[in-house]
Design a protein around this ligand. Structure first.
Ligand SMILES: Nc1ncnc2c1ncn2[C@@H]1O[C@H](COP(=O)(O)OP(=O)(O)O)[C@@H](O)[C@H]1O
Ligand SMILES: [Mg+2]
Length: 245
């Protein structure tokens, strides 16, 4: 409760907080969070991007951000990259190649610092890239952040769909709305993506095909939306759907 109030105060300047989530790893959460954030920023909106994958923070690699946040004193200051405010534990550690081996309570403490002790300022959107799973970190985010909702990401595989449904059900149990489903690495038509939307009582707001270039851009630290009209248009249409909800 105490945290909830502190988070509310700290994020008072943030108009919308949207989580990108699935309990399944490797489905494209970070890809979606990054490209959606850049698509919203391309519309002239003020955007923040929080890497909530505390122990395996790879969001900065996707955007080629090598800057550090400077952890000497609180509040933490997000790194400004391409006009977007970005925070990640990768921007706090000395050696980004070393594994971060933290137990749950430390991970949760770090999340609180990102919510309560980070200078996000005035934002139209804060996009939060979640880790997989349904335990500590997602649970804390759902309980204290006061999210406007989740976008859930699934591939067309049944295993991914089943796990993504679990994520959505968890969100709903904790009273966080599921705003829509994004099918990633998917060719149409796809019954499993439709099943996720149906089970969660929401709609499919985007289909992103498997495109090797998307992975190549990520490896190069380049954002597809900034580099190719086709990707810019694709994620702009998803951003529009989100804005219209
Ligand atoms: N639509 C796509 N086409 C091709 N590669 C993709 C696509 N979406 C994601 N990838 C790649 O798949 C891998 C997993 O994606 P990522 O966004 O890291 O997933 P998650 O955050 O859910 O673990 C990454 O290497 C990423 O570059
Ligand atoms: Mg990820």
């Amino acid at each position: 409760m105490q945290h909830k109030e502190a988070v509310k105060r700290s994020l008072a300047g943030v108009k919308k907080k949207i989580g990108v989530y699935s309990a399944k790893g490797g489905v494209g959460k970070t890809t979606t969070a990054v490209n959606l954030a850049y698509a919203l920023a391309a519309k002239g909106l003020k955007v923040g991007l929080l890497d909530a994958d505390i122990d395996c923070p790879n969001l900065p690699m996707f955007i080629g951000a090598t800057e550090k946040m400077g952890a000497a004193e609180l509040p933490l200051k997000p790194v400004l990259k391409d006009g977007i405010k970005v925070a990640s534990t990768a921007m706090l550690v000395d050696d980004r190649r070393a594994p971060i081996i933290w137990r749950g309570p430390i991970i949760v403490k770090m999340l609180y610092d990102f919510f309560e002790n980070t200078e996000w300022g005035e934002l139209d959107f804060l996009i939060i890239d979640l880790p997989p799973g349904t335990s500590d970190a997602p649970l804390t985010i759902m309980q204290v952040l006061g999210l406007d909702g989740f976008v859930v990401v699934t591939t067309g595989q049944r295993i991914a769909a089943v796990n993504t449904i679990k994520s959505g059900l968890m969100a709903k149990m904790l009273s966080v709305p599921v705003l829509g489903v994004i099918g990633n690495m998917v060719e149409l038509p796809n019954a499993n993506v439709e099943m996720v939307a149906k089970e969660l009582g929401t709609e499919v707001i985007g289909i992103v095909p498997y495109e090797k270039k998307l992975a190549d851009y990520a490896d190069a630290g380049e954002v597809p939306v900034r580099n190719e009209k086709e990707f810019a248009a694709l994620y702009a249409s998803i951003a529009n759907k989100l804005l219209s909800l």
